[in-house]
Design a protein around this ligand. Structure first.
Ligand SMILES: [Zn+2]
Length: 239
């Protein structure tokens, strides 16, 4: 019953907000505006719930189709429904999901710092908004590197403090309220700056930093993108 009424609510909101100002590339629908999120306006797709960062990822895959076309397998951490349904629909991809949260539907329950996965197992890995929760992120990045096949990629996104030069972390801050104040959310263990790229390089990746809002220029407003949603496209360097 709850699921049905929610579907009806989404359908009604989708119809009510159709317009010509913004576009969700995942739904391929146009709206007058995106839905406000708790901390920012014009953020979420009325239909699929995509955030700015999900649209940025999908636009990257649309602009560089070889990223997915060349991948036979993809591991998706904490899979967001809006991306998951698009990736599942591809018949050419062995698509595997993993989530530590047992309330979430996923194929695997994996600890990113100790992945029960063979070396080079996946051609593509999506790891968005995960590492800011992981105390030993160097170990997590090392594991991502280990399971990414040569010639493949791992896509990393994290909440970024663009104004900061250096990532801010302090392991002595453990109280949820303190973490929320210092790191934006009660279950975050640090506040990354764009220098996360250096950490990913240290784990053995070549890192390309993609600013989809800059790449798309005037079009970025139409897709509701943010410059702070940098995509770190990581390709294994060694081996
Ligand atoms: Zn959408």
């Amino acid at each position: 019953m709850g699921r049905i009424s929610n579907a009806l609510r989404v359908r009604a909101a989708t119809a009510r907000h159709r317009g010509g100002s913004v576009r969700c590339p995942l739904c391929e629908l146009d709206f007058n505006t995106f839905k406000d999120d708790w901390n920012r306006p014009n953020a979420l797709c009325w239909r699929c719930g995509s955030h700015e960062r999900h649209r940025a990822q999908w636009l990257l895959f649309q602009r560089r189709p070889e990223l997915l076309d060349d991948a036979g397998s993809l591991l998706h951490f904490s899979p967001e429904w809006c991306l998951r349904r698009k990736l599942e629909a591809r018949g050419d991809l062995r698509y595997v999901t993993t989530d530590l949260d047992t309330t979430q539907d996923a194929d695997l329950r994996l600890d990113i710092t100790a992945l029960d996965i063979a070396d080079d197992a996946f051609d593509a890995v999506l790891c968005s908004h995960v590492l800011e929760h992981v105390p030993d992120d160097a170990q997590g990045m090392s594991e991502l590197h280990r399971i990414t096949a040569p010639g493949g990629f791992t896509l990393v996104m994290v909440p970024l403090a663009m104004e900061r030069e250096h990532t801010y972390e302090d392991p002595s801050i453990t109280d949820p309220a303190d973490r929320e104040r210092e790191f934006l959310q009660s279950d975050h263990v640090r506040l990354y700056a764009p220098d996360i790229a250096a950490r990913l390089r240290a784990a053995g990746f070549d890192v390309e930093t993609v600013d989809m809002a800059a790449e798309l220029g005037d079009q970025s407003t139409r897709y509701g993108l943010l410059h702070s949603d940098l995509i770190f496209l990581c390709r294994p360097r060694w081996r």
